[in-house]
Design a protein around this ligand. Structure first.
Ligand code: G3P
Ligand code: CA
Ligand code: CA
Length: 289
């Protein structure tokens, strides 16, 4: 523990990065300690610059091995196989389990207490190449955007609550008609077209850039968690939405995993239903404000 860390822990009594900025005048991007409602303490990254700053990193979704189909490391789907008898899989989108560390948020999955503890209004998302050190995340990112309409007010203030209203569960509904919300985004790096281009070419006809979407369901009634940068207009959501339930029926088990069916036509080929290599090899960092 460094002197700065001790000073940080002692000085700040903040539940999120916006308080660190507003109450304590901190304007530097970096690691800070935050408190939970029940007295817990955890360390995470604060983005103090984007659109006024005050963004708290609460989670990252990382694909360690796209060939491992719902195996170890697939914390945002299932680590115990593709199984219709385990419809919610790990259930981590809607529980209080935490894992990982902030400094390894681009090297492995990360989820801290802020995910459920913070009552937020908006989200920001960074796609950062795997194994990038914290101080290079901002510059290394391939896509960054945020919402600005305070949409989380409508869904309980965080993803923990949102996914209680929209369970990430196999067979919970039908594609398109039972999808969760799609929220317009403001790009900080990238645009609608570049977003479509990092996903696979075949899905291009069924996605629209400029949104973040939640609990999208596919043709076979598998539920995914987040479609980052896009709004689904069809049912092959397994090629452009991450995280999900514990069972993906089509081509069992090929679509089960944190990055679902992103390598359907080969690893990073950007052919057919395969996303680009840069998308496949970047962690998805989720922030609240
Ligand atoms: O998700 C892709 C699948 O639904 C169709 O793929 O390869 O059978 O055309 P394919
Ligand atoms: Ca993972
Ligand atoms: Ca499909």
């Amino acid at each position: 523990v460094t002197v700065n860390e001790l000073r940080n822990r002692a000085q700040f009594n903040a539940r999120n990065c916006k308080e660190v900025k507003d109450k304590y005048g901190q304007t530097e991007n970096g690691l800070y300690y935050l408190n939970t409602a029940t007295g817990g303490v955890y360390q995470t990254f604060c983005d103090m610059t984007t659109a006024g700053g005050g963004w708290t990193l609460v989670a990252s979704v990382h694909e360690d091995n796209i060939y491992g189909k719902c195996m170890v490391g697939d914390r945002w789907t299932s680590q115990q196989g593709n199984n219709a008898n385990w419809p919610q899989g790990e259930g981590n989108w809607a529980n209080r389990k935490t894992f990982g560390t902030v400094e390894a948020a681009t090297d492995d999955d990360f989820k801290n207490p802020g995910y459920y503890d913070i009552e937020a209004e908006d989200m920001s998302v960074w796609h950062v190449p795997n194994n990038t050190p914290v101080n290079h995340w901002n510059l290394a990112a391939i896509m960054r955007y945020h919402t600005d309409r305070h949409f989380l007010h409508l869904y309980g203030g965080n993803l923990y609550q949102l996914f209680h209203s929209y369970p990430v569960e196999y067979n919970v509904g039908a594609h398109l008609s039972d999808n969760g919300p799609s929220i317009p985004i403001v790009y900080d790096l990238g645009d609608k077209e570049s977003t479509k281009n990092v996903y696979d070419p075949y899905s291009g006809g069924e996605i629209e850039g400029g949104f973040i979407s939640f609990r999208a369901i596919n043709h076979e009634r598998a539920a995914t968690a987040i479609c980052s940068g896009v709004k689904p207009k069809g049912g092959n959501v397994e090629h452009y939405c991450i995280g999900g339930c514990g069972f993906f029926p089509e081509a069992n088990p090929l679509q089960c995993g944190d990055f679902t069916g992103f390598a359907w036509n080969g690893y990073g080929t950007h052919i057919g239903f395969s996303a680009s290599k840069q998308m496949l090899e970047s962690a998805v960092l989720l922030f609240y404000r």
